[in-house]
Design a binder for this molecule. Structure first.
Ligand SMILES: NC(=O)c1ccc[n+]([C@@H]2O[C@H](COP(=O)([O-])OP(=O)(O)OC[C@H]3O[C@@H](n4cnc5c(N)ncnc54)[C@H](O)[C@@H]3O)[C@@H](O)[C@H]2O)c1
Length: 380
């Protein structure tokens, strides 16, 4: 299967390694800064891949050179979008409108309306459209999902998700898009989206309402939040608490998810919730499920899920089935985070489903690092 990538920055190496592991034919690399594409090609010995500085030129030129054929589009080709979050919409729209299967980095977009537009185009053109929310594919998450689906927890009282990571000035100053409403969002949208995704996927979609507070406590050079706390109520009565931050001194501490049911308690933790640290059920059969699960120690905060995401996208393209982490999964995680922003800025309990007018663009005039930046709730 043929493959190309748009955006050759920090995360791109995980895409290329996953492409190589899954034996994809890497035909094009694109970055506005073409030197980054050349560097990536050199690092991974991609001698036959062509480098570009414009993604439209890349697709057209690959077609012109007969490296890529129109007939490849639906069954034999996909492209990763690994650019800054604010540009996902425009690039994915171009790809999907031209009938190209697309794997987009998280967050899928920064606006629900834009996300809905992409989903509509993808459905209309009958395409595979996946999102890199890779922690769902950790063995630990998969087993927890199996326990929930089996009913082993009984009635779930509550759950909690915490993403306690560390990002300092040297991280944010790497690129001008980081930590801005228009191109990134804050700790919740960029870093903690992984934990939010896990919780939404595990706990289900019957979200009733959410109340949230966000704040900027330690990053006075950013306009966005570095801390977010939310209480989510499900229609079933289950309560979920979310805590996400990039303020931990002086390293990533944990991504932890814990679920408390009348017949079971589970806690996953580690840098990306990759390990089962507590697993206890009334049903002894379920207790035994973890016998063969080994502790993992990932070399990076991205875990090893990208390769599994690729494996699944390839399968979805070949068998023309929905990918495991599809665009709806991307939309759900985005909805939760935009609901946190909406609740904070309106000082109100937010009811679900969230209006698709919600977008980070609504907050571009607000700088959370300035104290008393807003004395009364926004009139939205
Ligand atoms: N899934 C994960 O665990 C994970 C981890 C890190 C980053 N990400 C996501 O990946 C995306 C990229 O993050 P990053 O850290 O690699 O950023 P980065 O700034 O290091 O890389 C982005 C690259 O995209 C290029 N680019 C921007 N617009 C472009 C365009 N129109 N055409 C071609 N190239 C363009 C930039 O020049 C840059 O080199 C973000 O959305 C981020 O949220 C996901």
């Amino acid at each position: 299967m043929k493959y190309s990538i748009i955006g050759c920055g920090r995360i791109s190496s995980h895409h290329i390694e996953s492409a190589q592991k899954n034996k994809l034919d890497i035909i094009g690399l694109c970055d506005l800064d073409i030197n980054k594409a050349y560097e990536l090609a050199k690092k991974y010995n991609l001698d036959s891949a062509i480098c570009y500085d414009n993604y439209k030129d890349m697709i057209n030129d690959l077609l012109k050179k007969k490296i890529l054929y129109q007939e490849d589009f639906k069954k034999n080709f996909f492209t990763s979008v690994t650019t800054d979050s604010g540009s996902h919409f425009v690039i994915a729209k171009y790809l999907l409108s031209n009938s190209i299967n697309t794997l987009c980095e998280k967050p899928i977009t920064l606006s629900l309306k834009e996300c809905d537009e992409l989903i509509e185009i993808s459905n209309k053109n009958d395409l595979i459209f996946g999102v890199c929310q890779q922690n769902r594919l950790n063995n630990s998450s998969q087993l927890l999902k199996k326990a929930i689906d089996s009913g082993a927890f009984g009635k779930i009282s509550h759950a909690s998700v915490c993403v306690r990571w560390c990002r300092g000035k040297e991280y944010y100053s790497q690129d001008s898009w980081r930590g801005k409403w228009l191109s990134d969002g804050g700790a919740m949208m960029n870093q903690c989206i992984h934990g939010v995704d896990l919780s939404r996927w595990l706990m289900g979609n019957d979200v009733e309402s959410m109340y949230s507070v966000i704040a900027n406590q330690q990053h006075d050079y950013l306009e966005v939040e570095d801390l977010g706390v939310a209480i989510v109520k499900f229609k079933s009565g289950t309560i979920l608490t979310i805590e996400g931050t990039t303020n931990i001194y002086d390293d990533n501490l944990e991504e932890t998810i814990a679920i408390f049911g009348e017949n079971g308690t589970v806690k996953l933790s580690g840098e990306v919730a990759e390990n089962i640290v507590y697993w206890k059920f009334k049903d002894t059969k379920v207790n035994n499920w973890i016998k063969d699960i080994k502790e993992v120690n990932y070399s990076s905060v991205y875990g090893d899920g990208h390769s599994r995401i690729f494996e699944n996208i390839i399968l979805a393209i070949k068998s023309h089935t929905t990918p495991y982490v599809d665009a709806i999964a991307g939309r759900n995680a985005l909805e939760n985070i935009l609901a946190m922003y909406e609740s904070y800025f309106t000082k109100k309990l937010v009811k679900f489903p969230l209006s698709n007018e919600c977008s980070t663009k609504k907050y571009i005039n607000y700088n959370l690092s300035k104290s008393n930046f807003m004395k009364k709730p926004l009139n939205m």
